[in-house]
Design a protein around this ligand. Sequence first.
Ligand code: NAD
Length: 368
Amino acid sequence: MKRLLVLSGDGIGPEVMAQVMRVIDWMARKGRIQFNVKESLIGGCSCDAHGTALTDETLAEAMAADAVLLGAVGGPKWDGLSFKKKPEQGLLRLRKAMDLFANLRPAIVFDALADAATLKLDVVKGLDLMIVRELTGGVYFGEPRGIEILDDKTRRGVNTHVYTTYEVERVARIAFDLSLKRNRKVCSVDKANVMEAGVLWREEVTRVWDEEYKAQGVILEHMYADNCAMQLVRAPKQFDVIVTDNLFGDLLSDCAATLTGSLGMLPSASLGIPLGGQRRALYEPAHGSAPDIAGKDIANPLATLLSFSMMLRYSFDKPDDANLIERAVQQVLSGGLRTADIMQPNKAKVSTTVMGDVILRELDKLVI
Ligand code: NAD
């Protein structure tokens, strides 16, 4: 049985996760996929209970699990803690220990929500792209870094944008492998026109493609990051899989996110290297703990549910079960039901719990 560690975290985390747990139970009841589920604390709730945002025991459980599903961490209650003790440090420590080097952020526009996007309907309708962001290298981690005081008492801030062959090729393979299950089209994004690390990025991605994926019919194109930002808001449907470094991925994935409407709809996956056949993986919604709406039963649970469906697809190779969840979401939205964050005129506003109820009802209908 697959080992799943569930870390609901803070704020709306436990509320949205409760709805996903109902779907996990449903999957087991229907004999589809069964998990050995462990639940543990991370973030502010762990600070309260254990004085640290992530205990060594929870970290060990995460390392032993086949996948980790996370809600969100943080909130004003813990704002006064020192930087090192903050809830977010638990998540950073977890990501680092699991060596999650590839962040997958799909930008999918559900038909029923297409007219809620800020761009014109025909630009976003049917959009389904995947951004693969390198997560553990590049300018956010490169050395040397720091702020120094110069002789004339002015200051100099330094960060180093650095990539190695190994770092580029492992994230490129993730993108190419994903494209094999999609439309076999990868766009690699860099600034090779002005950065040596960008030249290396482009050359290594091209080499991996040439040696391993070209013969499988994968098309590779390259684009400069500034042009990619422009193309994402001009004609996003030209893309299938985008692979890019940590810095550009940070910006471009947020840019792509705005194409889809609400934060409450955005899932994500972070993948590590395969160990004994199973790849370390953490799945979590793109949103935070939303303290402004926590405890009110109004949060949108769909981003967390869609993160779970990514888990079924990428960690457990269960595309049918993942499709089932995505179709249930589609049907519920088409039926006019909305949580407050995605509410539109003439639709019915429902609570977090009712959204969970109707998803289960839809799943029941889909498997009859
Ligand atoms: P946030 O994502 O929590 O909220 C931003 C806005 O979006 C809020 O108005 C919120 O109500 C709304 N929103 C977010 N998720 C929603 C959902 N599922 N349904 C309906 N509305 C939703 O970002 P923030 O307010 O900047 O941060 C709040 C806390 O979350 C902070 O402590 C921050 O550090 C933390 N945070 C955690 C993560 C994480 O756990 N990965 C990510 C971002 C922020």
